[in-house]
Design a protein around this ligand. Structure first.
Ligand code: NAI
Ligand code: MG
Length: 494
């Protein structure tokens, strides 16, 4: 059925927006940044640096110290000293006080963090302002609350911190990933060496500033910037007692191999290829909104992105029409404009990966649709994209693209939806849209995914555990579950 010309579902919908630029006056970016070791910013031993740029403009922002093996060594030693010197024995109540201070400082400096996050990583200011930064503060508040209540978290058991935790984070939610890692580690009495991603180190370094301001004892948190080699040096360091990684499945597997044979507690939060399932009884417009949020939020640089739309056959045509119409009014452009929905792709390399994967989808015979939208001349950009006519064998339906690219497949019965949703090596998240509560519960039981959202998507809360099945990794972050990976059993309560 083709809609008539005057069908409101396909009619162009054009609104002019005045520019609404976010001022950058609150942010002061230095020319150079050192490593944050033992409470101070220091140069790397080798003197080597790498550049971080603004992916929306390709502007060079700063030169950042590249941590070598030696530097990782220094950072681990500082963390060990801090752990053995005082932090490991400090009462939970005292640890909590520092963490509450960090949380409040993130709130007080929220504007500065949000603008810097957007400049360094390309995500829309609307998202860094409304999602990344508030959630980062919330994570510290939440885990600060646990710091003096661990005996209630694990009743009947004595628990103790591991000691020094190594933590490696990706570039898609730079500050938020730092908060997800640091907060549970500190609440449980560990000290930390954190390695931010090479394209987005600046907000972690601003957080180092906060950490210093609140008087956190030197060495409790150390931040070593650099790329994969710096991360690998941390992984290989025998002085760490726990390792947590968020990033690609490929690197996750490499880390698991590298640490095999060592008794190193490990958590991995890796990739995803989530099914986002729409039934014929769902509230269509809300579901369209949910699908759009599920895949185009943060340019699709989201491990739990709803990248595979599974829509019930009876409503597929209608739904796809409405989806395309909604995509046509997404505003792509300057991430610092408060009206922007889709910002810049994080790096030239990621843009190349997305482009290659989409080209492969076209070559395999899937039907590509991209709304008309002007891409800025400078910077790294990719338009919101949807593939219809997708077969399960197509690479775009199987591989994580980590960009604004959605595939559409159909199903007839709930069982078929489950089978298709689970037909993936990943299992981080899934979404369901239906009016029927019993169906939601049945589906959630069947789906092999760590998080299942119903009639909503991409909702995060520090009290709610997050993590994967299968090749999406293991271990949970958030909630009570998120404390466990940072603790070891130390006997039963007498
Ligand atoms: P990546 O996995 O290489 O990077 C994540 C972090 O690991 C960064 O801090 C990086 O410096 C570090 N790292 C890289 N190699 C390492 C090694 N051998 N040992 C220790 N640490 C290492 O991810 P990348 O290259 O930035 O992105 C590649 C693809 O990975 C993306 O296209 C996307 O599909 C996926 N990805 C998934 C993420 C997720 O949260 N699920 C996050 C980032 C990337
Ligand atoms: Mg950058």
């Amino acid at each position: 059925m083709t809609p008539p010309d005057n069908d409101p579902r396909t009619e162009p919908f054009d609104l002019d927006y005045a520019p609404a630029p976010q001022s950058t006056a609150v942010v002061d970016i230095a020319d150079e940044y050192g490593l944050f070791i033992d409470g101070d910013f220091v140069e790397s031993r080798s003197g080597r640096t790498f550049a971080t740029t603004n992916p929306a403009t390709e502007e060079h922002l700063a030169d950042v110290a590249e941590g070598s093996k030696d530097d990782v060594d220094r950072a681990v030693a500082a963390a060990r000293n801090a752990y053995e010197g005082h932090w490991g024995a400090l009462s939970g109540r005292e640890r909590g006080k520092y963490m509450f201070r960090i949380a409040r400082q993130i709130q007080e400096r929220a504007r500065q963090f949000a603008v810097l996050e957007t400049i360094d990583g390309g995500k829309p200011i609307r998202e860094s302002r409304d999602v990344d930064i508030p959630l980062s503060a919330a994570w510290f508040f939440y885990y600060a609350g646990w710091a003096d209540k661990l005996e209630y978290a694990f009743p009947g058991r004595r628990v103790a911190p591991h000691g020094v935790a190594g933590q490696i984070i990706p570039w898609n939610f730079p500050l938020m990933m730092a908060a997800w890692k640091l907060a549970p580690a500190l609440a449980t009495g560990n000290t930390v060496v954190l390695k931010p991603a090479e394209t987005t180190p600046l907000t972690a370094l601003l957080l180092a500033d906060v950490i210093r301001d609140v008087g956190l004892p030197p060495g409790v948190v150390n931040i070593v910037t650099g790329a994969g080699a710096t991360g690998a040096a941390l992984v290989d360091h025998t002085g760490i007692d726990k390792l947590a990684f968020t990033g690609s499945t490929e690197v996750g597997k490499r880390i698991q191999r590298a640490t095999s044979g060592r008794r190193l507690p490990l958590t991995l939060e890796l990739g995803g290829k989530a099914a986002h399932i729409v039934f014929d009884d769902s509230a269509v417009d809300q579901a369209v909104e949910g699908i759009v949020n599920g895949i185009y939020f943060n340019q699709g640089h989201v491990c739990c992105a709803g990248s595979r739309l599974l829509v019930q056959e009876s409503v597929a045509e209608e739904f796809t029409l409405r989806l395309k119409r909604r995509m046509a009014v997404l505003r792509l452009g300057d991430p610092l404009d408060k009206n922007t929905d889709v910002g810049a792709i994080n790096s030239a390399e990621q843009l190349r990966r997305i482009t290659d994967m989409v080209d492969a989808g076209v070559a395999e015979g899937a039907d590509l649709h991209q709304p008309d939208c002007d891409l800025p001349e400078r910077g790294y950009w990719y338009p919101p994209t949807v593939f219809t006519g997708v077969q399960q064998s197509h690479s775009v339906a199987r591989d994580e693209i980590f960009g604004p690219v959605l595939t559409v497949q159909t199903f007839r019965t709930p069982q078929e939806a489950v089978d298709k949703a689970n037909n993936t090596p990943y299992g981080l998240s899934a979404g369901i849209w239906t009016e029927k509560g019993s169906r939601i519960l049945w589906m959630a039981e069947q789906l092999r995914a760590g998080v299942v959202w119903a009639n909503t998507y991409n909702q995060f809360d520090p009290a709610s555990p997050f993590g994967g099945y299968k090749e999406s990794g293991f271990g949970r972050e958030g909630g009570l579950h998120g404390l466990a990976p940072y603790l070891r059993a130390a006997g039963r309560v007498a």
